[in-house]
Design a protein around this ligand. Sequence first.
Ligand code: SAH
Ligand code: SF4
Length: 315
Amino acid sequence: MNNLPNDLIASLKEEYTLSPLSIAKVENSKDGSRKYLFKLHDNFTVETVLILMKDKQYDEDGKITSKEKYTICISSQVGCKMGCAFCFTTKEGFKRNLSAGEIVEQVRLVQADNGIPSTDGVNIVFMGMGEPLDNLDNVSKSIRIFKEEDGLAISSRRQTVSTSGLATKIEKLGLMDLGVLLAISLHAVNDKLRSEIMPVNKAYNISSVIEAVKRFPIDARKRIMFEYLVMGDLNDSEQSAKELVKLLDGIKAKVNLIYFNPHPGSKFNRPTVEKMTSFRDFLQNKGLTATIRESKGLDISAACGQLREKHLNKS
Ligand code: SAH
Ligand code: SF4
């Protein structure tokens, strides 16, 4: 912008940045997913993951054509206050909230770096580092920017907010009526175990979360997702599956079973494939929609926080 006065250019340079993030590191997984470590203006780092999927479609002649679909998993905070026992992100505590600009920029940079021409076919999940509902102001602002036609034009029905269960904030998000999907990180079916592995449960117990979920507005065709991190010999028994079915009775729910992803120093076990499969089959036989999450990018230290940790250990 050479037509601007020199002192204005100088002060713009001094006070503003065009992009609040820069790429510090990228890791590619064999399955095509890519994990980004982004550096913020104050040298903190956060992670963003791009997951590729082929979407089957049929052309006019009924032939199968495939279309690329992308899911971008974004961070909302540097670190996390919640202290979940199985999670790497929280190990170094909480540093700060991300601004709406820093949240949106993660998607813009991943899109640009991968030559993704439009946001058609892009899904966003707030499942990276941090607890999105602990940064609701900036997260809701970013959801609006994502969904606006003048923003990134990603429908809010293609955006999922994942939370460890801050019941009052779930209500608040619901009242904003943004149209986003909700995922609850449940991980345990009774308050005793849940409080042990997720301290947030002491403030908002399971029934308060379920009550908030029941009041959350969702599209009639959609479901609330319940994430259930399966840890060997801890929450993978048939009794747990039974209690889970009972707990979700009356909710339009789908359960996503996740293999615990071990990290250095973690004291939990990855469940066996047999246990995982029989847990899923039990839920399905009781009429609950249940899937096992493919561990995309396991070879690139997929669970949130792990790439950042590797980077910190080196530097
Ligand atoms: N704070 C939010 C969103 C970020 S965490 C939440 O807790 O929902 C995103 C998901 O990663 C959560 O379901 C979380 O339980 C899961 N996760 C954390 N540590 C993990 C690990 N070691 N292996 C697999 N999943 C993990
Ligand atoms: Fe925070 Fe989610 Fe990790 Fe729990 S699982 S510590 S809420 S990022």
